[in-house]
Design a protein around this ligand. Structure first.
Ligand code: ATP
Ligand code: MG
Length: 573
């Protein structure tokens, strides 16, 4: 019976030094921030993905490294797309990744405060109710080369604006009839500053506030004010929000010290590069479509880049944190090769996954010189020499075995070191065998290999000269049948979002292969959550949803080497 050994994890700092840690170091030295307070602000409109894990590792990691705080804030200002199911899933995923928030916060808890802030801006003449349609607002805003034009409603009096805004809240107008806009600068080269919309009317129930509100703040309004309410020191977001920083600063400079917001210190926004990972997509909106259109079996389908999918596949939280650390935090967007993620997964599993024997596509081998009804219990170590772990198990060896179908070739090319007619090979942890004969059915299909084993070769070199190949095997009578789910990349192109069309056109039709294989019987005594290396095949664990004591189902977490190199003719099994 095996239990997992402790993984070697990044000692010391959670976040490697980067431009944000430099900013924080400066702020702390010069007394600009008394304490580091960050937040992770997901919108509960879907499940978290590996891109979010980068932001989680950064925000929670900084709080740990600087003995600060990190809040989990649900940015729940769009009633039509958000739900409690997503809130629960997000909490589960953040905790599974190994992080604990200081406070659990909801933008929707601040709706009354945010409304007061909006009223304050109206009183100061810094916001107005606009009655243009969304399309008209777009036209009036101008272009990068042309300045915007003022809306005919821009000069409404404070009294009229206060009255209209109060009536918007009361529900006197239909959705979309009016919006509240900040009065900033219609000539600004930063389009975001051309009187951004702060509030809109949406007659839809909210999963937390029910029907209490029919006006909802926009991200640009809710986000900086929520940060200020929570005394966030460093508000870290992705690069697409670079131009929104001007609104962030404008609002906080106008409202600091008012409506109960602290005057100082105030939060500042910093942008870092979002994670783009090859052969997958990292957008909740598009991932929802894959689920809704049935291209995958759910948010936790092991092919999905979601945290729930990776967890079910068998990827460890340590591997995800290590990956986040390896890719680092930069100011410029780039794409990350999926091989970087896979090598972080392998490096983690190498030290925690005992090696056992399994066969994916079985080929029967009969050892004609091994006595029938006899079983030999061979002792096999769980670990290779370079992994400093101990332990071994007994592996039954008998007259009939299964080897991997690919490990035998009747007409081998040059340099094929596995089993061939008349050739010899070593069975892992066991004997050298020679293939004497092959048996085919009437249709010419290979059904059985008739071999002899050399009893003098257990742990010893064979007398007839060295053999070049070692292959895996399972005793036919003792092996346990198991469904093996082999996963491949979800998309067949590196950047599925590059084209104009629907991403589903680029899905990899071979992203899931299911085979019936065999695994050595020792696994029946192991805890179900144990991860293994099936020698020469990859890292596997039991599917936590579909496997049960009567039915073994294994997910391949990752192959042993870059599976796409194999397609170019390199690699073995
Ligand atoms: P999506 O397009 O997937 O819905 P989002 O940015 O709208 O992404 P949010 O739930 O609003 O998702 O994001 C929560 C936090 O996670 C934000 O701070 C956001 O910047 C960050 N984040 C989202 N996607 C990535 C990514 N690919 N890489 C790094 N951080 C990300
Ligand atoms: Mg968002």
């Amino acid at each position: 019976m095996r239990t997992e050994t402790k993984n070697i994890s990044t000692e010391g700092r959670h976040v490697s030094p980067n431009f944000i840690t430099e900013i924080i170091d400066g702020d702390l030295q010069q007394g600009r921030s008394p304490k580091v307070v960050t937040r992770f602000p997901p919108e509960p409109n879907g499940y978290l993905h590996i891109g979010h894990a980068k932001s989680i590792a950064l925000n929670f990691g900084l709080a740990l490294d600087y003995r600060g705080e990190c809040n989990l804030r649900f940015d729940d200002t769009n009633p039509e797309t958000e739900s409690l199911e997503y809130v629960e899933a997000i909490k589960r995923d953040v905790q599974w990744l190994g992080f604990q928030w200081t406070r659990e916060c909801y933008a929707s808890d601040y709706f009354e405060r945010l409304f007061e802030c909006a009223v304050q801006l109206i009183r100061e003449g810094a916001a107005y109710v606009d009655s243009l349609s969304e399309e008209e607002i777009g036209t009036y805003r101008g272009t990068i080369t042309e300045p915007g034009r003022p809306s005919p409603y821009r000069d409404r009096s404070v009294t009229e604006n206060l009255d209209l805004f109060a009536r918007m809240r009361k529900g006197e107008f239909p959705s979309g009839a009016h919006v509240l806009r900040a009065k900033i600068d219609l000539r600004s080269p930063n389009m975001k500053l051309r009187d951004p919309v702060l509030y809109r009317i949406v007659h839809a129930p909210h999963y937390r506030t029910g029907n209490a509100w029919c006006i909802y703040p926009l991200y640009d309004f809710a986000h900086p004010l929520s940060d200020a309410i929570e005394s966030i020191s460093h508000s870290i977001c992705t690069l697409e929000f670079e131009n929104n920083r001007a609104i962030y600063d404008w609002l906080l400079e106008n409202l600091r010290g008012k409506c109960g917001l602290p005057a100082s210190p105030r939060p500042y926004q910093y942008e870092f590069a979002r994670l783009n990972l090859d052969y997958t997509i990292l957008s909740k909106r598009k991932l929802i479509k894959l689920v809704d259109d049935g291209h995958v079996k759910g948010w936790d389908d092991p092919r999905m880049p979601t945290i729930a999918g990776l967890r079910r596949r068998g990827v460890t939280p340590e591997a995800i944190r290590e990956f986040a650390n390896r890719i680092g935090v930069a100011k410029a967007n780039s794409r990350v090769d999926i091989a970087t993620f896979e090598s972080a997964i392998r490096d983690n599993l190498n030290y925690r996954a005992p090696r056992v024997l399994a066969v994916l596509r079985p080929m029967k081998v009969v050892l004609t010189n091994f006595a029938e009804q006899t079983v030999e219990e061979l002792q096999a170590p769980y670990w290779p020499h370079d992994v400093p772990n101990e332990g071994s198990r007994a592996v039954p060896f008998s007259r009939e075995l299964y080897i991997e179908r690919d490990d035998f070739l009747e007409h081998p090319p040059k340099g094929f070191y596995r089993l061939i007619p008349g050739g010899r090979v070593r069975l892992r942890h066991a004997y050298v065998i020679r293939c004497d004969d092959i048996v085919k059915d009437a249709a010419g299909n290979l059904v059985e290999l008739r071999c002899t084993y050399d009893p003098a070769t257990l742990g010893r070199p064979p007398a007839g000269g060295p053999v070049k190949g070692t292959i895996h095997w399972v005793s036919a009578h003792h092996g346990v049948r198991a469904e093996m789910r082999l996963y491949d990349r979800l998309f067949s192109v590196a950047d599925p979002e590059a084209g104009a069309g629907d991403v589903s056109g680029s899905l990899n039709p071979g992203s899931l292969t299911v085979v019936e294989g065999y695994v050595e019987p020792s696994v029946l005594h192991d805890p179900p959550e144990l991860r293994y290396q099936f020698e020469r095949l990859g890292y596997f664990w039991r599917d936590p949803v579909d496997a049960n004591p009567q039915r073994l189902v294994f997910n391949r977490i990752v192959s042993l080497r870059d599976s796409w190199a194999k397609r170019e003719g390199r690699g073995s099994v």
